[in-house]
Design a protein around this ligand. Structure first.
Ligand code: C2E
Ligand code: CA
Ligand code: CA
Length: 252
């Protein structure tokens, strides 16, 4: 299906109920338990079927649709975490946030409101920031994120090890978490191993948690444990699940 067609179909997709959220569990290395989930957007196109977020998120980002979609995902994430809390199986929840969202005041206002009115503990919600890191050089955005951080929200640096991530970012971003990209998790070269060790050391020195992403094999899991990661996420451990499925898994 053509990009132009997808772009026009994406309009109103949230309202038509074609978008939903799934939640991929993250496991704590110490307890072995699910302690958090990452919300991931899914689009069930009426004709094309499942469209990957790798295809539709960039389209949404080029249009203003990312604001509607991003808001929907935050609502679903709060709803999921609240219902798990009510069930007696609380877990933290992370939501991916695009650069365009961080550039609007409405994003912060609504999140402030969500955090002020939720029954969830504030640390239970984390936003994941990735390609948007350069915009943190904009003082007003850095300030707003600091404010959210101050209000208790978690801030995660996503896809660490790809693109323009560097250790100095840890100074600029009020991060609570860093996610090692699966390209690093897979790479067993001495250079990458040394890099991971120094990232973890620096992060832990600042009380920043490390999550290993895209863990697909036991070897990768054991290596990430030995290197000192705090949490792991990946197909080896659990696939993304609907909120109902997650509730059943956690209820045991
Ligand atoms: P991401 O934030 O890095 O999310 C992790 C992706 O890795 C997800 O792909 C997940 O399903 C996949 N994954 C998890 N475990 C494994 C594994 O063991 N091996 C491999 N190969 N992949 C694994 P997904 O759901 O297709 O999402 C792709 C990307 O789309 C996300 O990458 C994120 O950048 C973006 N995205 C998804 N949902 C949202 C959203 O609500 N808002 C925004 N702004 N971006 C989103
Ligand atoms: Ca992410
Ligand atoms: Ca990632």
């Amino acid at each position: 299906m053509h990009v132009e067609q997808l772009a026009s179909d994406l309009e109103g997709a949230v309202e038509r109920g074609e978008i939903h959220a799934v939640f991929q569990p993250q496991f704590d290395f110490v307890s072995g338990q699910i302690v958090a989930v990452e919300a991931l957007a899914r689009w069930n196109h009426p004709l094309a079927g499942a469209v990957s977020p790798l295809d539709f998120i960039p389209i949404a980002e080029r249009t203003s649709l990312i604001h509607r979609l991003g808001r929907f995902m935050i609502e679903r994430a709060f709803a999921c975490a609240t219902s798990l809390d009510a069930q007696g199986t609380p877990v933290e929840v992370s939501v991916n946030v695009s650069a365009a969202q961080l550039e609007t005041l409405e994003f912060y206002d609504r999140l402030d409101h969500d955090l002020a009115t939720t029954t969830l503990p504030k640390y239970a919600v984390t936003i994941e920031i990735t390609e948007s890191l350069p915009i943190l050089d904009v003082p007003s955005i850095a300030y707003r994120l600091q404010q959210l951080r101050g209000a208790g929200l978690g801030i995660s640096i996503d896809d660490y090890g790809t693109g323009h991530s560097s250790l100095t970012q840890l100074d600029r971003v009020p991060a609570t978490e860093l996610k090692l990209d699966q390209s690093l998790v897979r790479d067993t070269s001495p250079e990458v191993t040394t890099l991971i060790r120094s990232v973890i050391e620096l992060a832990h020195h600042r009380s920043i948690r490390i999550v290993a992403e895209g863990v697909e094999t036991y070897d990768q899991l054991e290596r990430m444990r030995e290197l000192g990661c705090d949490r792991a996420q990946g197909y080896l451990l659990a696939m993304p699940l609907t909120s109902d499925e997650l509730g059943r898994v956690l209820a045991g």
